[in-house]
Write a protein of this length. Structure first.
Length: 148
């Protein structure tokens, strides 16, 4: 059976515990929660009973561990996740406004997921894929895929 694969960021989300809590003042935060749009997407795919996997990078830290453990426990193929020992796993801090709007501080660019490149892709796990989902943070893979 074909697998659905995605590529993109894996990170943790840390959320303000109170509506209206600003970033520039001390407050209570909830989390870390496994997150990242591609990781959330593929976790939902596996919960539908569809074989699937993800290609990404995490740091060799607790934030990376919480994501890998969650995805693996839910049944996602995690062979495409590279653990980068010198990088930290990405994070997103979220605050909520009374209106329902949210503000974010993302730590992606300089985190492990921001280091994701073609060298992290094991072509053997890409056999028998359909479809392949990618997110806009990684345009290098679009050109990489066209060369194949």
């Amino acid at each position: 059976m074909s697998k659905v694969f995605t590529i993109g960021e894996i990170l943790v989300e840390i959320m303000a515990s109170k509506i209206g809590q600003p970033f520039d003042q001390p407050g209570i935060w909830n989390g870390p929660y496994p997150s990242g749009a591609p990781a959330i997407f593929i976790d939902q795919v596996t919960r539908l009973g569809v074989p699937c996997g993800i290609i990404s990078c995490v740091g060799n830290d607790g934030f990376g561990d919480i994501n890998i453990h969650r995805l693996a426990a839910d049944g996602v193929d995690i062979r495409g996740i590279s653990v980068l020992p010198l990088e930290a796993t990405g994070s997103a801090f979220v605050t909520y406004h009374n209106s329902g709007d949210r503000d974010f501080i993302f730590n992606i660019k300089n985190a492990a997921c921001g280091k994701l490149s073609a060298q992290h892709v094991d072509e053997n796990i890409l056999k028998d894929l359909y479809p392949f989902s990618y997110y806009g943070l990684f345009p290098v893979f679009v050109s990489y895929g066209r060369r194949q």
